[in-house]
Design a protein around this ligand. Sequence first.
Ligand code: FAD
Length: 503
Amino acid sequence: MKREKTAKNEMLTRRNFLKATGGATLAGVAAGTLLADSRKAFGATTMPEKWDREVDVVVVGAGGAGFAAAIEAAEKGAEVELLEKTPVIGGSSIICGGALCFAGTDMQKAEGIKDSNELLYEDLMKVGENKNIPALVKTYVDHQLETYEWLKKLGVNFFKLGIASGMSVPRGHYVKPGDVLKILNDKAKAGGVKLVTRTPARRLVMDEKNGKIRGVIAESRGKEVSYGAKRGVVLASGGFSLNKDLLEKFVPPMANAKVINGLGNEGDGLKMAWAYGSDIQDMPYIKATFGFTLDPKTIAEDFALIFYQGAIIVNKEGKRFVDESKSYKLVGDAALVQPGAMGFQIFDSMIREKGMSDPLGRTAGLEERGLIYSAPTLKELAEKIGVPSDTLEETVKTYNVDVEKGMDSQFGRKALVASFGKPVKIEKPPFYAFPSTAAILGTYGGILINEKTQVIDVFGDVIPGLYAAGEIIGGVHGAAYMTGTAFGKALIFGKLAGSEILR
Ligand SMILES: Cc1cc2nc3c(=O)[nH]c(=O)nc-3n(C[C@H](O)[C@H](O)[C@H](O)COP(=O)(O)OP(=O)(O)OC[C@H]3O[C@@H](n4cnc5c(N)ncnc54)[C@H](O)[C@@H]3O)c2cc1C
């Protein structure tokens, strides 16, 4: 209560001062003015008399973003401490699907795929429905190719190219996430980064003299440990999918969706930045991704995007309910309001065969585990999955006629995915059905940063000494999401933060 009052009074003071000064920003006012002093009012955790440890840079969270930031800062000569809450490294990064979104790479050129920064930018804004922040999309675009080259130089193996959500050309560059995290961990160690696991950061510490974030208070084996950071702190603690209260606060429809995520992703960093007035972005657009098995025991592993290979999606009544070429998050929205919050991906042997060559379209493992049903006719398939057979047959018939005419009369599907590929008929037996649902894989919205990864407060001012990268930030994706841009964002913005913090 006391804190609320103080903050409100300070805001009034600040507003009055702004009037009097004609709108100067905090960055532009001298220390000791009312505006500069107002930074100190936000419930700050103050500096200890002596730090337990003091280094140049403290990075919070040992996932893709945290490692990229730590490696980069260490390479530029900084002493770096990397704090990890859980006993293991990797967060969501290490369990992800391994798609990284890059454009204009040697891999694409070798396959004759024409891509460019301009096309990537255009696609990112389109899939984000122009709700994303152009400057941050541009930052992704401007730094993506150098990050791809950096990963290759570190020894990361990109083994396959594929097309997925939001892409107008194949630009999903596939890696084995476990291998990537191992490479990053080894590189960090070799570069002198000190990784400390089982040590959650709890609060950011501010230097009251100048309003700069100067370190963190962490917890280690039940004790408080203070880490000073002479150059600043990078928050790379991932999203908040595992925090039901925060989901309820920002996106109530998602509070009960299934979640697959790194174990530490509870929004700690978001709250720590928030305590210093950080602004937030993209929260209303947090969505679940469609394409997961209904089996709760294997939901984290059993996933396929056969609809991007040509499958249609029908509900329990045997009816389509969405344009299947849309972002799998928008497809997820549509599926979650169907009976049973699910949909069947329906396809034939041709589509199945084509999907086998795509890392996200493969069905082999799912078939072996009995998660995909098959039958020689649509009628028998419908009976197996408990859908009215005459409706399913009618749905497929209408769809096939529409494909032939080149016009989807029901939902306007024009492509396999985004604007790529032409829809195909479902006609060659056997026929298949994969009962699927949507799960939250990440929160994608969060702290507002600028092009230098500096955290921005609710008044539009930089919070000095505070940087953020990875899933914790908002603004890059906007309303929906292109496959590969979340892990991509972690590595691209993480690397950038590690460099910017030393400028
Ligand atoms: C199943 C799945 C599949 C996915 N597939 C893809 C894909 O193919 N392509 C893609 O682009 N994206 C994908 N994503 C999303 C992507 O993996 C993540 O958005 C991205 O890897 C996040 O990286 P990060 O470094 O920001 O966070 P994380 O990798 O989650 O790392 C954050 C780390 O911070 C730690 N931490 C949290 N709080 C604290 C604290 N207080 N103190 C210290 N440490 C803390 C966490 O324990 C964790 O280790 C997928 C996600 C999932 C779950």
